[in-house]
Design a protein around this ligand. Structure first.
Ligand SMILES: NC(=O)c1ccc[n+]([C@@H]2O[C@H](COP(=O)([O-])OP(=O)(O)OC[C@H]3O[C@@H](n4cnc5c(N)ncnc54)[C@H](O)[C@@H]3O)[C@@H](O)[C@H]2O)c1
Length: 290
């Protein structure tokens, strides 16, 4: 029989984020969606934003307004407060307005997950200026803007958690992804600097570097070809899985489930990770060891 004590310990463990205000970008789809649901299950109040637009150069589907609305409905159905906004992380004024709306309707932001990201593919010398600018804007400037609008909520209370989603591409080079690799390396530099600036305010700033994860970002012909050595390889999904399992140390993990990243996001946002700041946590099945 399960004892009353063990039930209450379990419930306490499940309520790590009761009433915390959690701001997640790129939340309508993929990993952001998994993070939002994971925080909701633990009692958080959520501010979810997504641009819900398709970039011409991005060869896989990004989120739609319907997905954003459906996620908000799911969170409300779980009994949690939620603000869902179609908002572009590269638009400073819109992001400032959203953060202010969050403060008024839910209270100041406690935890921010800078998750929105895109990529497109081309060898560096064939990449268009538009591809470069779009990816750098969303994946690096967007992370800075997300932090910039959230930090003023944290400073006066000397409390806050900032988690920025980088990538194993934040540490290694990847064929046909020079813009993405540059942006994700940049995110790690931003995280280290924010950690220095914000430690006196008791604010933790960390990054996560996932290996390949099972989202639309990793399920398209262009990424299969990039894994195989560049455009025109006509690689298959199975081929990409085989290569993924070769570069990861665990040979049988395939693409990681988005929830595997959520578990680390929630841990970093919890009190258990209070002594970590400025770090880049690989959730990489061992990929970065070689
Ligand atoms: N999937 C992977 O294998 C993988 C691996 C390492 C890191 N990452 C990173 O994880 C994060 C999430 O990726 P994912 O796999 O869930 O991808 P995804 O494409 O499923 O989700 C990204 C989300 O960001 C949104 N978005 C795009 N541009 C935006 C903008 N300007 N403003 C607001 N929202 C915007 C999209 O609509 C989408 O909902 C990204 O930063 C990505 O670079 C992904």
């Amino acid at each position: 029989m399960v004892s009353v004590v063990s039930i209450s310990v379990y419930q306490a463990a499940r309520q790590r984020f009761q009433q915390k205000v959690v701001f997640i970008t790129g939340a309508a789809h993929g990993m952001g969606r998994a993070h939002a649901l994971a925080f909701a299950r633990e009692g958080a109040r959520l501010v979810i934003c997504d641009a819900c637009r398709q970039y011409e150069s991005v060869p896989y589907p990004l989120a739609t307004p319907e997905e954003l609305a459906a996620l908000a409905g799911e969170i409300e159905g779980m009994g949690n407060a939620v603000i869902a906004a179609q908002c572009d992380v590269t638009d400073l004024a819109a992001m400032q307005a959203l953060a202010e709306r969050a403060r008024q309707e839910l209270g100041p932001i406690d935890i921010v997950i800078a998750n929105a990201g895109i990529y497109s593919f081309a060898p560096s010398w064939e990449m268009s200026e538009q591809q470069w600018d779009e990816t750098l804007n969303v994946d690096l400037k967007g992370v800075w803007i997300t932090c910039k609008v959230s930090i003023p909520h944290m400073l006066p209370r000397k409390s806050g958690k900032i988690i920025c989603i980088s990538s194993t591409a934040g540490v290694k080079g990847v064929h046909s992804l020079s813009h993405y690799v540059a942006a994700k390396h940049g995110v790690l530099g931003l995280v280290k600097t924010l950690a220095i600036e914000l430690a006196p305010y008791n604010i933790n700033v960390n990054a996560i570097c996932p290996t390949s994860v099972d989202t639309d970002m990793c399920k398209n012909q262009a990424i299969y070809d990039a894994f195989a050595g560049g455009p025109g390889q006509l690689a298959t999904y199975e081929h990409m899985l085989e290569l993924t399992n070769q570069i990861n140390l665990f040979p049988d993990r395939d693409l990681l489930p988005p929830q595997a990243i959520s578990e680390v996001v929630l841990w970093l946002a919890s009190d258990e990770a209070r002594h970590l700041t400025g770090s880049a946590i690989p959730v990489d099945a061992g990929y970065l060891t070689r």
